[in-house]
Ligand binder design. Structure first.
Ligand SMILES: NC(=O)C1=CN([C@@H]2O[C@H](COP(=O)(O)OP(=O)(O)OC[C@H]3O[C@@H](n4cnc5c(N)ncnc54)[C@H](O)[C@@H]3O)[C@@H](O)[C@H]2O)C=CC1
Ligand SMILES: O=C(O)/C=C/C=C(\O)C(=O)O
Length: 491
């Protein structure tokens, strides 16, 4: 594995079953966020390259065997992709840790197996999905077919590159669509391998294409305006979702968006703190807080506030910040210089808003090797005003805010006071309160006495500015297919 990490890679585009250079030989550089060392030179897809990828995906959809083969045969190939991913698990986890700066253990234990599961789950789900049937007395019989839509643009962010791309690719392929994928520009490594993994699994050329590049005036924009793209599944920032929607409007593209979040993690006085504190630590600092589901606003009932602050801060101080490749590391760096500057700008904002710094707020002391990495200690603030910017804006870093509340009504008001509504968390031993609060928080997923437990059958997505549509189970099936009704006269 040392060799996997040592070399500077050249990452090409994967179009129509082959690696290709950028048509203008344009490349950009990618750096290890833990050290600032160069790790890859990446070919940027020009308008001509994106056109090639979209045309290849269109041909593979219209002419190739992919759409017309039996669902059993198609899903077997998607399942084979999952097996190959697990065969390459260590390599993929090492690359994800190198590229994103996340701990290798998190990539190896959670994200790469989840990526494989994203493919195998949807292969099983789609293969065994029943059709609807509506008999009309004895005269007519209606039944429904779910047919693929066409060419899908799958655009993903840098925080969970491989996991989130496969979350989209699984249902896209199992239902018979073809794909043009674009990972985020700071983290192209693992996703760049998906084309070759699909090819090895026996998926025909042109079905899975991977292009690389930036968003506005670059690859992302060329994809979302391309006339051959029928649908777009996007995860990322809310403002990017708006731009993509505008770009796709002229050609009436179908969209599914999973956007930002600012989850309220509500801790009532009857909560079991021995469970609430370690899980709230994970919810705040997993992947250096770069998770859209992060519990970045912790609302704590005033009667237990001081105890919670002390115990939470003590647990935050215990986290080992360091080299992502070291198996003892709990938290790595932030993903890039640009993002580090954005996240650390909130330290000044918090100060100007009179937040109280409880712990963190500075670079940790690290070895010489990591001296240039984009590191920030796990940082905890207390803020009484839930309308302060650190309580409202998605910081997307290891900065968490503790906010006291007195009553259930007040907790709900605070929880619902942001523009986001992706998820929420409730800690209580009172079953009635759990149901009541869960029903009143305006968000797509509410975890009660747990966090980030994922069953891929359930709807996943956001209220308000956290997204449009739902993916997961039959929601993904509906997004990636056209439902067709066939009505047969029986007499
Ligand atoms: N899941 C989430 O909720 C995520 C939220 N974010 C938030 O977004 C902020 C910025 O992160 P970015 O990676 O820059 O997110 P982003 O939303 O700008 O980028 C996500 C993807 O969209 C592409 N993209 C950007 N502009 C585009 C356009 N006009 N047309 C088509 N594609 C476009 C990017 O190249 C990337 O592949 C973070 O600081 C964080 O607050 C970032 C990652 C994930
Ligand atoms: O479990 C999922 O499907 C998604 C998890 C996390 C994100 O979408 C994110 O952080 O962007």
């Amino acid at each position: 594995m040392a060799e996997v990490l040592a070399r500077v890679r050249e990452i090409k585009l994967f179009i129509d079953g082959h690696y290709r250079a950028s048509s203008e030989n344009k490349t950009f550089e990618v750096y290890n966020p833990a050290t600032q060392e160069l790790i890859a030179n990446v070919h940027e897809a020009t308008k001509e390259d994106v056109d090639r990828a979209c045309q290849a995906a269109r041909r593979a959809f219209e002419e190739g065997p992919w759409r017309t083969m039996t669902v059993k045969e198609r899903c077997a190939k998607v399942r084979r992709m999952a097996e190959i991913i697990m065969e390459r698990r260590e390599e993929l986890a090492r690359l994800e840790a190198l590229d994103v700066g996340k701990p290798f253990s998190v990539a190896y234990e959670f994200e790469i197996p989840r990526a494989a599961h994203n493919l195998s789950f949807f292969a099983d789900f789609i293969e065994h999905h029943p059709s609807e049937m509506y008999p009309m007395e004895e005269e007519f019989l209606n039944y429904t077919r779910y047919e693929p839509v066409g060419v899908a643009a799958l655009i993903t962010p840098w925080n969970l590159p491989f996991m989130l791309t496969t979350w989209k690719l699984g249902p896209c392929l199992a239902t018979g669509n073809t794909a043009v994928i674009k990972p985020a520009e700071p983290t192209p490594l693992t996703v760049s391998l998906l084309g070759e993994i699909a090819k090895e699994a026996g998926i025909p050329d042109g079905v899975v294409n991977v292009v690389q590049g930036f968003g506005p005036n670059s690859t992302g924009e060329f994809m979302t305006t391309h006339p051959e793209v029928d649908l777009i599944s996007f995860t990322g920032e809310t403002s990017t979702g708006k731009a993509i929607m505008k770009n796709g409007a002229d050609t009436l593209k179908r969209v599914s968006f999973e956007l930002g979040g600012k989850a309220a993690n509500i801790v009532f006085e009857d909560a079991d703190l021995d469970k609430a504190i370690p899980t709230s630590i994970r919810a705040a600092f997993l992947n250096s807080g770069q998770v859209c589901l992060a519990g970045s606003r912790i609302l704590v009932q005033r009667s237990i506030f001081d105890e919670f602050v002390d115990r939470f801060a003590a647990a935050a101080r215990q986290l080992k910040v360091g080299d992502p490749q070291d198996s003892n590391t709990n938290m790595g760096p932030l993903v890039s210089k640009e993002h580090y500057e954005k996240v650390t700008s909130y330290l000044q904002i918090a100060e100007s808003e009179h937040s109280t710094l409880i712990c963190g707020g500075k670079r940790p002391e690290l070895t010489e090797y990591l001296k240039d990495g984009y590191y920030l200690e796990p940082t905890v603030f207390v803020q009484e005003d839930p309308h302060a910017r650190i309580c409202q804006e998605e910081i997307f870093g290891p900065i968490v805010t503790l906010i006291p509340f007195d009553t259930e009504e007040e907790a709900l008001q605070i929880a619902n006071s942001t523009q986001y509504g992706l998820n929420g968390v409730v800690w209580t031993d009172n079953l009635q309160r759990a149901h009541r609060v869960a029903s009143k928080v305006r968000a797509g997923t509410i975890w009660v006495n747990c966090w980030f437990v994922r069953d891929l059958r359930v709807p996943f997505g956001g209220f308000k500015k956290s997204g449009i549509g739902r993916e997961g189970g039959h929601h993904s099936l509906e997004f990636f297919t056209e439902a067709k009704t066939i009505c047969l006269a029986l007499r």
